[in-house]
Design a protein around this ligand. Structure first.
Ligand SMILES: [Zn+2]
Length: 308
């Protein structure tokens, strides 16, 4: 069952149907639509480790969602196989911050591994680049096109009282961490929240750089390490993906690679992947998941997701 296959025929078609719904667009000319080929051209032009042909033929799909600059938000699904009920659903995410190049490249490397080894054990969705506008600027930025830190824009319960206020008081309005005018104000955040609500992952893996550690939010037991990266919890911060998703019981592993500009070695990329899969095998789904799911009835992402 390939639940996303009916999503979108092409990015341009989605734009033509008027599905672009980025904020601040009222009355403004939407940016020129970007096709999957153009998207892969742009990504491979920026990231030496991402090959244009490989990206084009990787099975990435355009969703209905676009960045403010008209760049399609791409995903790849490794759906359940006919003979095997998957143990868990897992969402893997890179490029929330556009200047953390390695966090995008490693997602492409892991997809290459899974292209060969997908066994049906898990039902995966990969979003390799959540913040294309930040990456594709001449000088890549952490924030998106509108200057918002997507990883401070998720609708946590205390987004305003604690999250936004900390940006004012503690971070002294540092623009790198601007949480936005309100929670979920950004098209990239809206896309991911909708994806989480529809896909209902049992675990989320989000890659960043360059702190060189593994952070963990939510219930369950975190991995002690992934590859050479040790577990070191950074604490709660309303507005982050970890804070948002763990609030309703989804564990979030935040993998902080050691360098934003340099990929780990081939063997380290493989070691991280092995450790990640081992943790997923032993730790998901959480015993509490049945309770969570019971409160979220309804189908997974399917064609209805596009019928807007
Ligand atoms: Zn980051």
């Amino acid at each position: 069952m390939k639940i996303f296959s009916v999503w979108v025929v092409s990015c341009i078609l989605a734009m033509g149907l008027g599905l672009h719904a980025g904020p601040g667009r009222a009355g403004a000319e939407p940016p020129a639509p970007v096709s999957l080929d153009q998207a892969c051209q742009a990504i491979s032009g920026k990231l030496a480790s991402v090959d244009f042909e490989g990206c084009r033929q990787s099975g990435l799909l355009c969703t209905h969602a676009f960045s403010s600059e008209g760049f399609p938000l791409l995903l790849k699904e490794y759906p359940p196989l006919a003979h095997r009920e998957p143990q868990s659903r897992v969402l893997v995410l890179g490029g929330t911050h556009g200047d953390e190049y390695s966090s995008i490249s490693i997602i492409f490397k892991w997809m290459e591994i899974l292209d060969v080894h997908h066994s049906g054990l898990f039902h995966w969705v990969f979003v390799p680049l959540l913040n294309p506008d930040g990456l594709l600027r001449e000088n890549s930025t952490r924030t998106n096109h509108r200057g918002v830190d997507i990883n401070r824009n998720f609708p946590s319960p205390l987004w305003l009282e604690v999250g936004y206020q900390r940006w004012v008081d503690t971070v002294r309005r540092n623009p790198r961490y601007y949480p936005g005018p309100q929670a979920m104000s950004e098209p990239e955040t809206q896309f991911l929240v909708e994806l989480i609500q529809r896909f209902r992952p049992h675990a989320i893996i989000s890659v960043h750089a360059p702190l060189g550690l593994v952070d963990y939010d939510g219930p369950g037991t975190p991995p002690k390490s992934l590859g050479s990266l040790p577990l070191r919890k950074l604490g709660n911060y309303p507005g982050t993906l970890g804070n948002y998703a763990s609030d309703f019981g989804v564990p979030v592993i935040t993998l902080e690679l050691e360098s934003a500009g340099r990929l780990p070695s081939h063997s380290e990329i493989s070691a991280m992947w092995r450790d990640l899969v081992r943790w997923l095998v032993h730790s998901t789904p959480l015993p509490s998941w049945g309770v969570i799911e019971a409160h979220n009835p309804g189908p997974l992402l399917d064609e209805a997701f596009f019928a807007k």
